[in-house]
Design a protein. Structure first.
Length: 193
């Protein structure tokens, strides 16, 4: 089970990385195009050189909306990736001062709390998706479910990563207990009999 979930977590993370890169490229190219069409094509120098051409047709109003929505998805996909790599902000002071036997339990508790938050976001994210299914974006005419779906997808991804983290902590605890038992059996071979 742990192997399957770990592999699934890795594949989801890899897909998130690919989508994030694609969205960044599209947002970057769109931003460069928007800046070029506004500040170069519509500059007084170009207007004076080519007065017969109306360059305002190259200024597309929907690109700004596209960039904004892409950044929403970039942020939420990034949250899942950062959570998987455990590079998010954490308060670790308590973890550093706890005895070794309590550290694992605290880490599991934190992951369980995180999972509960992700479940909450999934449930209420689904409710938001139902509510926004009738809303349409002003410039692009997109169903707003596509944009608000970022919260729902991010929560699903983070829940998967959290579940894998919990499994990893539990398996690590069991492996440590087995190592301690094996070490004790080597020191005193009469314990097993």
């Amino acid at each position: 089970m742990k192997g399957f979930m770990t592999e699934m977590s890795k594949k989801v993370n890899r897909a998130s990385q690919m989508l994030l890169i694609l969205f960044f490229i599209i947002a970057f190219v769109s931003t460069v195009y928007q800046v070029f069409s506004r500040f170069v094509l519509q500059s007084s120098l170009i207007q004076n050189m080519l007065p017969m051409v109306d360059f305002s047709v190259f200024n597309l109003s929907w690109i700004e909306e596209l960039i904004r929505y892409l950044f929403v998805w970039i942020v939420f996909l990034g949250i899942g990736m950062v959570y998987k790599s455990k590079e998010h902000a954490q308060v670790e002071i308590l973890l550093h001062y706890l005895p070794e036997k309590w550290k694992g339990k605290l880490q599991v508790l934190v992951e369980v709390i995180n999972s509960a938050v992700f479940l909450f976001l999934i449930v209420y994210g689904w409710s938001i998706l139902k509510f926004t299914s009738q809303q349409i974006s002003p410039s692009m005419g997109l169903n707003m479910t596509l944009i608000y779906g970022a919260v729902f997808v991010c929560s699903l991804i983070c829940l998967l990563h959290s579940f894998v983290n919990i499994l990893g902590l539990v398996v690590e605890k069991e492996e440590k207990a087995e190592m301690v038992q094996a070490g004790a059996a080597k020191e005193n071979p009469h314990l097993g009999s």
